[in-house]
Structures are given as C-alpha cells and as structure tokens.
Design a protein around this ligand. Structure first.
Ligand code: FNR
Length: 376
C-alpha cells in the first residue's frame, strides 16, 4: 500500500522499492544513464575507493551540521539537485520537495524541465528555491525564461552547461518514453500493472513540463538546440543576471578557472549522474583538481554519485562546500511519497552525523583532506 508511511534507511533500499512500485518506463527514466550506463558505475566505484580515517577520543558529543553557502545559512550541507519531471515519481512530488526543503532548511533547485512552473515552485519554496536554466542557443532566445525567473523572485540561477545536446538514453528509447506520454500497448500494460502509481497520477493530472507552456499550448522542447552557447554567451549572461550565478556540469579545471574569471559566483562540479557522457570521468575524481585551480575560497558545489553520509563527507573533504542529491531523492519519493523523502533526508543526515563522530569532528567546517586515508 503506497499510502503507508515508509521508513527509508538507504538510497538502495528506496531504489528497490521504487523499482517495484512505479511503472518500468518511469523507473528507467529516473535510474537510467546514457549509452552503456558506465558513468554512474564509475561514480560509485570512485567513491568506494576513497577511505575515511577514524580518529578517537575527541569528545564529539555535540555535533553541528550547519553550513553556509553564497551568503545563506543552511541546516545541512546538502540540498536537492534539479531534476526534470520529478512529478513522475509520485503525485505532488514537487510540493513535497518544496515542503521538505523548507522544513529542513536546505535548497531545492527547480529545473527548467520541472513538472511545476518556476513561479509555482517559488510560491511553494520561497527563498529555499533556486532556478536551473537550460539555455537556448542564443541569449536572446533565453531571455524570456531568465526574465520570468527574475520576476518570480529567484536570487540564484544555476546554468547547466553539460547538455549542448541531449544524449540518448537507450532504456528510454526502448520503452518509448516521451513527453507528453505516448500511450501504446506496452505503456498501457506497464501502467495497468502499477495501479498504486497510475490511479492517483491520473486523478491528480499527469505531470507535464510546465515551464514549456507557450501561449497556453503545451510545447515541450527537451531536445532544444543549445549547442551554440559559448564563453561569450556566459559573459553576457553574467552581465544581465544580477543575482548569484552558478555554473553546473563542470569537470575540467581549466573550464572552472575560466568560469571563475568571468565572475560567476560558484561552480557545480557534476557529470550529470552519467546521463550525458558514457565515458565521462567520475566527477568525484576531478573535484580536488578543480579546488586547487579555483583556490581555497571559491564556492564549489558537488553532485554525481552521492548516496550516503560517507559520500557527503568524502565530497566535502575533497574540496566541495556543498553537496547535492539527485536520484536518491526521486527513488525516495517514488518509494514513499512525502514520508519516504523525509525519512531518507533524516537517515542520510544521521549517517553524516555518525560518520563525523567516527572521524572526531563536531562541525562541517572541520571536514578537510585530513579526513581521508592516505593524506597523512
Ligand atoms: C537530472 N539532472 C538534471 N540536471 C539539470 O541540470 N537539469 C535537469 O533538468 C536535470 N534533470 C534530471 C532528471 C533526472 C530524472 C535525473 C536523475 C537527473 C541531473 C541532476 O541534477 C544531477 O546532476 C544528477 O542526478 C546527479 O547524479 P546522481 O547523484 O543522481 O547519480
């Protein structure tokens, strides 16, 4: 029964429940990656290789998970990555993301391809919401969306730069995943076999990428060509966006340095969870090089492969100031709706706190390279 509150202990548990509970076509959209799906595996393997060094007798009885980023204070050092069509995970998923971001005092990043309009997300999540921008090829074509974000009150804009072209995901192609849904016999059977998902979804209205309503008409441009965007584009965007500008999808230190020089406020190191390049390096393996390139003070955000409290500590130790969670958030929503997500956030926070105790740490700012085996 999906209405039963769920206790989620780990991302993998949530993933397995989600796999049973939601239609295959939806699970594969969330879980899948590009090509042979080797990049997510590389992300996990790289995290696995990193070892944390316990320290003892440090009096860790009071531990604090607060941190600050871009002049804001957060109660936890992580937030929710932007994910298009999150609303497919469970009915009202976007409202749950907003509600829990407020309750836990963490950021939620609304995607351009979100299943809720950027205005609606801002109404629900207020200052906790940031807006993620997928640009068109030219700034002129992108201006209306930027203007909407500004008018809605967003102060933090995240420009995703690792999707010059949408990469193909084989599972989606095989399943006939398309927006809006194409309802053929395979999809019909898939949905009929998962009534706990399908019935409430139909009653609530099938999610749609609301930011793409053009003149009241549903016009979804997931494959919009943004391949012509270049450094000049970024300079112009920097000039017109007066709030914080964060650049997401960076794994090369030269790119990072150039972004810093243009005057952006933060870099988000990410390989998009392997959804864009099948042979990409593990994002975590590039983090420390990027930290060295941009210097100690420059804000770095990290995602791609973070699944546990241990992983959060590893990313912070390698130079991130803040971590974002991707798929585990959608697995938890799919597994147990609001209670599933709430429970996962609590579980990963507890894990983080316990790992800090193991390492002899009482605050997030103490997490550094000395936490890693091999550093001393
Ligand atoms: C994403 N991601 C993403 N990123 C982005 O900038 N805009 C978007 O619209 C989306 N959409 C999206 C949908 C789904 C279903 C997933 C799973 C991911 C990428 C996301 O922000 C993040 O970078 C990755 O999810 C991180 O990898 P892990 O931790 O999920 O493996």
């Amino acid at each position: 029964n999906p209405l039963k509150p769920r206790v989620i202990y780990s991302s993998e548990q949530a993933r397995l429940i989600a796999k049973k509970r939601i239609p295959r076509i939806i699970f594969d959209f969330i879980d899948g990656a590009t090509g042979t799906e080797s990049t997510p595996k590389r992300n996990f393997a790289a995290f696995d290789k990193i070892k944390l060094q316990p320290r003892v007798l440090k009096n860790v009885s009071v531990r604090n998970l607060n941190t600050s980023l871009l002049s804001e204070k957060f109660s936890l050092p992580f937030g929710f990555s932007p994910m298009g069509m999150s609303g497919l995970s469970c009915p009202n998923a976007d409202s749950f993301l907003a509600k829990i971001a407020i309750e836990k005092n963490i950021p939620v990043v609304a995607s351009t391809a979100a299943s809720i309009s950027l205005e609606n997300m801002r109404n629900k999540a207020g200052e906790h919401s940031w807006f993620q921008l997928y640009s068109a090829s030219t700034l002129d074509e992108t201006l209306p969306l930027i203007e909407r974000a500004r008018a809605a009150g967003y102060k933090k804009l995240v420009l995703t730069v690792d999707v010059p072209q949408v990469s193909k995901r084989i599972r989606d192609l095989q399943n006939g995943f398309a927006m809006p849904f194409k309802m053929g016999p395979i999809q019909f059977i898939d949905f009929a076999c998962h009534p706990w998902w399908s019935i409430p979804m139909l009653l609530n209205g099938v999610p749609f990428p609301e930011n793409f309503l053009v003149d009241g008409k549903k016009e979804f441009k997931r494959d919009a060509d943004r391949s012509a965007a270049d450094w000049d584009f970024l300079k112009k965007l920097r000039d017109i966006w007066t709030g914080n500008l964060v650049i997401k999808g960076v794994t090369h230190s030269e790119d990072a340095l150039r972004i810093k020089k243009i005057g952006c406020d933060a870099i988000w190191v990410s390989n998009h969870g392997g959804r864009q390049l099948d042979s990409a390096p593990a994002a975590i393996d590039k983090l420390s090089l990027i930290r060295t390139a941009v210097g100690k003070q420059f804000p770095l955000i990290f995602d791609s492969g973070v699944r546990s409290g241990d992983d959060i500590v590893k990313a912070l130790a390698l130079g991130a100031n803040f971590v974002m969670l991707g798929r585990p958030i959608l697995y938890s929503l799919a597994a147990g709706g609001e209670s599933g997500l709430n429970s996962f956030v609590e579980s990963i926070s507890d894990e983080l706190s316990t790992v800090m105790a193991q390492l002899g740490l009482t605050s997030i700012s103490q997490i550094d390279k000395n936490c890693l085996v091999g550093s001393s």
